[in-house]
Write a protein that binds this ligand. Structure first.
Ligand SMILES: [Fe+2]
Ligand SMILES: [Fe+2]
Length: 190
């Protein structure tokens, strides 16, 4: 369920589309957790959900906010209303990340094999999150990516690729600098 890397995908818009496919499976995972509350949640799945919300989601947001959206704004036509679309999506990213922070606290309890005091409330929060997130993905896939496909030139796509690599590298380095030796990258090296 790892997010695709640009090296494995020559077209940066296809990469984002592939990431969105991965995100559909994140939503399914969160739904599975919600369905198995209060006492049958798989600890490994809860742990994976923590990783997704802590690391993968902010990386994807950063790729969109610092790479895709600026390139799209640069190449869009003035009547595409891209400013409005991007502002709306950025707002949703902020809301989702703050929502995700709350979810992480509960998921960490489940990942440690403990029961939640208020599993009903958590289930409600979790469902609110993944239902909104599915809508967000659908909106980006049906409006933003087709618009980018029709407006961004070959030169713009190259620019987008290098901005994406910049974000991926920045995130990997940030993650490693906070690592206690237990992350996937360190385990891969050992
Ligand atoms: Fe987004
Ligand atoms: Fe997205």
């Amino acid at each position: 369920m790892r997010q695709p890397q640009l090296a494995n995908c020559s077209d940066p818009l296809d990469l984002i589309l592939q990431e969105h496919d991965t995100h559909q499976s994140w939503c399914n995972l969160l739904e599975e957790i919600a369905d198995t509350l209060p006492d049958s949640v798989d600890q490994k799945k809860a742990h994976r959900a923590v990783e997704i919300l802590k690391y993968d989601l902010p990386l994807h947001h950063s790729i969109e906010e610092k790479a895709l959206f600026p390139v799209l704004m640069k190449y869009a036509a003035s009547d595409d209303n891209v400013g409005e679309i991007v502002a709306h999506l950025n707002e949703e990213h902020v809301v989702d990340e703050s929502f995700a922070e709350e979810l992480i606290e509960f998921l960490e309890v489940l990942a440690n094999g403990k029961l939640l005091e208020d599993a009903n409330m958590f289930g409600y929060m979790l469902r609110g999150f993944f239902e909104n997130y599915r809508r967000h993905i659908m909106w980006e896939n049906s409006i933003v990516l087709p618009l980018a496909r029709s407006r961004v030139t070959a030169e713009g796509l190259r620019e987008l690729s290098s901005l994406i690599v910049e974000q991926q590298t920045h995130f990997r380095n940030t993650q490693l600098s906070h690592c206690s030796g237990n992350c996937k990258e360190c385990k891969k090296k050992s």
